[in-house]
Design a protein around this ligand. Structure first.
Ligand code: SF4
Length: 1020
């Protein structure tokens, strides 16, 4: 028996020496069984390639410890099925449930059903097994510790019992069984002539046990380790510990240091030699090594892939000769994926992601929520739009989804199949779609009505019937129900991308695991919600991996630990900022450091991550890029990692700092999008990119527009200038157009708001919610006041009006939801009391304003319902206006007072008239005088109902100065209003629609708010 520990720094030929020895053995005995054990499949593939490059070798087994263990069990005629991750997850979940049902889970009960807890428990079980800690050992140890450890022991024992009852093993259990077999039978695996263990920097308990047992029966064992025999360097501390442990476990092992030269180029060799060394001497120039700082991980991912693409194109590397090493795969996955797709660099991630992050699975879970959540508006519409379901059998598709969206706005559908039915049945009774609210000159676009609405309800109902749930049942029944549904919706056929397909395969596995879990723990009928919770939790805890054939070249994206033992020509190490790499070490909340030491588990603190960094930066034979983000997600500055700082000390060149808005050479563009972006910035597209000319021109125009709009003076032609269509505007808004004061006010408030709302005729789309919106509230309050005054025996007597109000208000409140189209909130009763209080204050408050006024008219219209409009003569042109006056009072002289109720209280001051935002009062006064011929208005005011006071603008007190003149009273208000009407008409007809944020900010219900470049949010 010969045991050799081969130690040498990275890239000095350990693996070459192993291959050399292997060849020697095979030269002596070509059929000698030889095993090469490597940390994982990636290293196994790489070793196979290296061996092939030097002529290959027949009959050499290259694999992981897992492969070796399987082989041992197979030779011992004890093959055992290995449970997949999903099955393990499911079994642990079942164990948690069963132990909890026995009343033995107390400490962990609050988090027991969280996917994170199950994953954490699964990791701990794996660690315990790797260290060969039996469940009974853990339970025994727990007696000296707290109850949480005892509970962990019970879960571990239950899980293990379930696995054994199935006759299965988990991957770590295979290790265990193989070691047991080696202990039981000294002859097993004794035919192995040479065993080489390469690429490791640490070993766990079962690996040590297997190596010890094998070394006793095979002629030769070689173990390689990075470092030096003395292991004096800081960079080698991690390996020093491993070397000590090997020497303890295998005391007969001889140590040997490879004396071959380092094959790294100068700067990389300098880095290897100098990293973490005290007082290093920096070298000038660092060809092959780059340091890049970016603002964020997003930019970092882009810069990393730009650099990789440059190595491929400029330096002729193959995709599989490049690798990205990341300390935090989840932080970088999406950014790398997006940049890879844009730059045309295929990536192969070595780590999976949760099934629930796949869009198809997320859509399926949303679909399954529909029946239990009562067909909420958003989920219903999204289910119809999702590309993963074929709903043609229900006559539903994306167009029907659009229609349902309109229906939901019309019927204020918040959720519940009943609300969908009620809204569609209301529409089915209509021969015409209802008009839009403002002006009513256009029907609501495409809103289904009549037969179309009836059949839309039939379609939706058929779909909901299909999703009707069986009674309670065991998991098997629910899974069968779900599988039938998936088949009917062609779910699996509709998975198009590799990612979709991989996640769909993962889903099938998860469904099988659910059934298997039930078989192990026994059938237990459950409700649909419980099944859905189980399904969601299983999918959250199950990873899937995009399939990318190894024959398809791609750049590897590795975790730091996976980089060990691999060699590339170009490597990027990302995330070299504080807290990312090295990651912050925290004590394990399940197994303390003390316990870990007692049980023989790897420590969680002082893991010597510097050794991992050393391994990562010595993986490349030619090019190395180190990157770090400088800004954390919360905007705080991210300090450099100590690894970054140590590496920087070795070189004098400053790192490249990449800012997103900094100029960049066109030659550095990594995608067509970047070429276009940079070309537009530089002002020209080189001839070699003629195929991008059209896109370039479009983008250049967009840039000009944006630049002009972002300018401060607001005078560019892109600032709402529609003079090109002046002719059409003059015709549409010509003398025949009948204006409402509110439209004029909209232009007076912001011309672009008018353009969006009344030229483009857009309406803000806000998701329906319970309760009334401000417009509906205004309508309710107006309607109640009108009816209360109309029904009062004496509208001039406050008590009479209040008595009528007591009768009218409840009737109106009851009819309001149906009449004004809103769904009462749970607070509707309380709201009614509050509103009645405010209405009472309105009735009494208006009386208290001034004596001598008696109401004579309510909701008087002009320019509508056959009543002539108000006609203003402006510059020789007639302007027609319509309106509805809330209330007209008269005094004993027959003079008029105009009242306009407002539910809000802002923008009711004289300045609002001076600036053209409030024109209603003078226009209504003119309407009363001229269109309705009711008399001479001498007063007019706004009454803010909810605020319980009048607005500051009144016609009698209004005044303004112009030159030397001061204008006062209603005539001044009429004059001012006329001036604004002239200005507004000129602006509208000339196509002048600049966005001018109103003082106090833009209202959220401005339909342009979503795109307007001058949007200034405010509370209105
Ligand atoms: S968002 Fe503001 S500035 Fe833009 S159109 Fe609307 S009101 Fe005007």
């Amino acid at each position: 028996m010969s045991i050799t520990i081969v130690v040498s720094p990275s890239a000095t030929g350990k693996t070459s020496q192993c291959i050399h020895r292997l060849k020697q053995v095979l030269a002596d005995n070509p059929l000698a069984p030889v095993w090469i054990v490597l940390p994982d499949r990636l290293q196994a593939v790489a070793f196979r390639r290296r061996l092939a490059a030097v002529g290959g070798a027949i009959g050499v087994h290259i694999g992981t410890f897992g492969d070796l263990y399987h082989s041992i069990l197979f030779r011992a005629d004890q093959p055992i099925p290995v449970a997949s991750d999903t099955v393990i997850y499911r079994l642990i979940k079942t164990s948690i449930r069963d132990v909890a049902a026995q009343g033995k889970l107390v400490h962990y009960t609050p988090i027991a059903d969280k996917p994170g807890f199950i994953s954490a428990i699964r990791d701990r079980f794996a660690e315990l097994k790797r260290a060969r800690v039996l469940p009974e050992d853990l339970i025994e140890t727990a007696k000296k510790h707290d109850t949480s450890l005892a509970e962990l022991g019970l879960l571990y024992a239950d899980y293990q019992a379930k696995l054994q009852a199935m006759g299965w093993a988990d991957p770590e259990g295979v290790n265990w069984l193989a070691v047991e077999e080696l202990e039981r039978d000294p002859a097993v695996a004794s035919e192995i002539r040479l065993l080489i263990v390469d690429g490791f920097d640490s070993f766990n308990g079962s690996q040590f046990a297997a190596l010890r047992l094998l070394s006793e029966r095979i002629p030769e064992l070689i173990i390689t380790l990075p470092g030096t025999l003395g292991m004096e360097r800081t960079a080698h501390r991690r390996f020093a510990r491993s070397l000590e442990m090997i020497k303890t476990e295998l005391p007969d092992a001889a140590e040997e240091e490879v004396s071959g030269p380092m094959h790294l180029p100068g700067p990389l060799a300098n880095l290897e030699r100098g990293i973490f060394e005290p007082a290093p001497t920096p070298t000038e120039g660092q060809p092959g090594i780059s340091f890049v700082e970016t603002c964020s991980p997003v930019d970092e991912a882009r810069e990393a892939l730009r650099w990789v693409k440059a190595r491929i194109i400029r330096d002729g590397l193959r995709l599989d000769e490049c690798a990205l090493v990341t300390p935090d795969p989840e932080r970088y996955r999406q950014h790398l994926r997006e940049a890879g797709e844009e730059f045309g660099v295929p990536l192969r991630f070595t780590h999976g992601e949760a099934l629930t992050s796949a869009p198809g699975i997320a859509a399926l879970l949303d679909l399954l929520e529909l029946p239990s959540q009562g067909w909420p508006r958003r989920l219903t519409i999204e289910a119809l739009r999702a590309p993963y379901f074929d709903l043609t059998q229900f006559n539903l598709d994306t167009q029907k989804a659009d229609l349902l969206e309109l229906v939901s706005q019309f019927g204020q559908v918040v959720g519940g199949l009943g609300q969908w039915r009620e809204s569609l049945e209301r529409l089915a009774l209509m021969e015409q779609p209802p008009p839009t609210e403002e002006g009513g000159d256009l029907p609501a676009p495409m809103l289904p009505h009549g037969e179309a609405a009836a059949s839309l309800w039939e379609n939706l109902k058929a779909f909901s019937d299909r999703l009707a749930l069986p009674d309670t049942g065991p998991t098997r029944t629910w899974v069968e129900w779900l599988e039938d549904l998936l088949d009917e919706l062609y779910f699996f056929e509709r998975q198009e991308t590799d990612r979709d397909e991989a996640s769909a395969i993962g889903l099938r596995g998860a469904l099988r695991a659910l059934v298997l879990g039930e078989e192990v723990s026994g059938e237990a009928p459950m409700e649909y919600e419980a099944f859905l919770k189980e399904l969601r939790s299983t999918l959250e805890g199950t990873n899937f991996q995009e399939r990318l054939e190894w024959s398809h070249p791609a750049v590897l994206v590795l975790r730091v630990l996976e980089a060990r033992g691999l060699r590339f020509k170009a490597v990027v190490v990302l995330g070299l900022s504080e807290g990312l790499f090295p990651e912050v070490e925290r004590e394990d909340p399940f197994l303390s450091e003390e316990l870990r030491a007692e049980l023989g588990l790897e420590p969680r603190l002082q893991r010597e991550q510097g050794g991992l960094f050393y391994q990562a930066v010595t993986r490349s034979d030619r090019f190395l890029l180190l990157t770090r983000p400088t800004m954390a997600e919360d905007g705080e500055r991210w300090e450099p990692s100590p690894f970054w700082t140590s590496a920087r000390l070795l070189f004098t060149d400053e790192p490249v700092v990449v800012r997103p808005d900094a100029p960049r050479a066109l030659a550095d563009a990594a995608s067509a999008e970047e070429v276009l972006f940079l070309a537009v910035r530089k002002g020209g597209l080189p001839r070699s990119y003629t195929d991008l000319t059209q896109r370039f021109e479009g983008l250049r125009l967009a840039r000009d527009v944006l630049e002009a709009r972002l300018g401060d003076d607001g005078t560019s032609p892109f600032e709402g200038d529609l003079s090109d269509v002046e002719e059409a505007l003059r015709e549409y808004f010509g003398p025949d157009h009948i204006w409402s004061p509110s439209r004029l006010e909209t232009y007076g408030t912001c011309p672009h708001w008018f353009y969006a709302a009344h030229v483009l005729q857009l309406e803000p789309r806000e998701p329906p919610e319970f309760g009334y919106n401000p417009r509906q509230l205004g309508s309710i309050l107006h309607a109640i006041l009108e009816k209360a005054y109309m029904r009062a025996e004496d509208p001039g007597d406050v008590d009479s009006v209040l008595a009528a109000l007591e009768v009218v208000a409840p009737e109106e409140f009851q009819a309001a939801p149906e009449r004004f189209g809103f769904r009462p909130s749970p607070l509707w009763d309380v709201e009614q009391e509050h509103l009645l209080e405010k209405l009472t204050e309105t009735v009494t408050g208006i009386v208290e304003l001034e004596d001598g006024w008696t109401p004579v008219a309510f909701e008087r219209v002009f320019g509508l319902e056959g009543v002539p409009p108000l006609v203003m003569e402006i510059d020789g042109q007639k302007v027609q206006l319509h309106g509805v006056i809330d209330r007209v009072d008269k005094n004993e002289s027959g003079e008029l007072r105009i009242l306009d109720y407002k539910s809000g209280s802002s923008h009711l001051g004289p300045q609002d008239l001076v600036e053209g935002r409030r024109l209603q009062l003078p226009i209504y006064a003119l309407g009363a005088r001229e269109a309705l011929e009711m008399g001479e208005p001498v007063e007019g005011l706004y009454w803010a109902i909810l605020a319980g006071r009048r607005g500051w603008l009144t016609l009698s007190r209004f005044s303004y100065e112009e030159g030397e003149e001061t204008y006062k009273g209603p005539d001044a208000a009429f004059r001012m209003a006329t001036r604004h009407v002239r200005r507004i008409l000129e602006g509208v007809r000339a196509g002048v629609f600049p966005p001018i944020p109103p003082r106090g900010g833009c209202p959220s219900y401005c339909p342009a708010a979503a795109w307007c470049w001058r949007y200034d949010p405010a509370f209105w």
